[in-house]
Ligand binder design. Structure first.
Ligand SMILES: Cc1cc2nc3c(=O)[nH]c(=O)nc-3n(C[C@H](O)[C@H](O)[C@H](O)COP(=O)(O)O)c2cc1C
Length: 201
């Protein structure tokens, strides 16, 4: 596969897909808008993620900058994330259904796992069309659940900021600017998390 230029170095130990290498999570985005069609494309990518028993437990609330929904989602972010996420062109909230789809009331123990797969698809599709994604655990989950009228058997898990790469890091405060300008992404080595045999600390 042809190499594309990455904005941050991703020092892989084995060759991987370019979309996985070039993706990173900015905290400042360019002013280029994201269209409703592009949002639908991202949701469509997520839609085709695999899930346990095909239960598709993911639920999404989304809003484009300038809309009331965007502002309502923004109000559900914590203070830290509100400090930078305002340059996002789209904000969304991820939630999952906590029980199975058969009315038994049984817990779907893999719902959060499957929401992660959903987001994996969204991230990969976004990268392919030059849209950057920054996921956020830092939200008021209870507030968001109430604000968007989720029934009891749902958990609001994360917020997500979308925008095009190329925002001006000078718009961030000094500490975030330093993080934004780091030139290399870091990960554990494979031997720290993958074992060809017993778990090894
Ligand atoms: C579930 C999840 C929650 C996260 N929560 C936050 C958050 O609240 N605020 C934030 O600035 N970044 C958050 N991040 C971003 C991570 O810090 C970031 O993905 C990680 O440092 C790896 O960087 P990279 O995505 O650029 O490779 C979150 C990421 C994930 C997947």
């Amino acid at each position: 596969m042809e190499e594309v230029e990455t904005q941050k170095k991703t020092p892989t130990d084995h060759p991987i897909l370019n979309v996985l290498k070039t993706r990173w999570s900015p905290r400042v985005f360019s002013p280029q808008p994201i269209t409703e069609q592009q949002v639908k494309k991202l949701l469509e990518a997520g839609r085709w993620a695999p899930s346990s028993y095909n239960m598709q437990p993911w639920r999404v609330i989304w809003g484009i900058k300038g809309s009331e929904t965007y502002d309502r989602i923004f109000d559900c972010l914590n203070e830290f994330n509100q400090g930078w996420a305002h340059s996002a062109q789209v904000l969304w909230l991820n939630a999952y259904k906590t029980d199975t789809n058969d009315d038994s009331g049984d817990e779907n123990k893999h719902a959060l796992h499957d929401l992660g797969l959903f987001m994996g698809n969204v991230l990969t599709q976004a990268e392919d069309i030059g849209i950057a994604v920054h996921q956020m655990a830092g939200i008021g989950a209870t507030k968001a659940k109430k604000e968007f009228k989720f029934p009891e058997n749902y958990v609001v898990a994360t917020g997500v900021a979308f925008g095009h790469y190329g925002g001006n890091p000078e718009k961030l405060d000094d500490e975030l600017q330093e993080q934004e300008l780091k030139t290399e992404r870091k990960r554990l080595k494979q031997q720290e998390f993958a074992f060809n045999g017993n778990f090894d600390n």
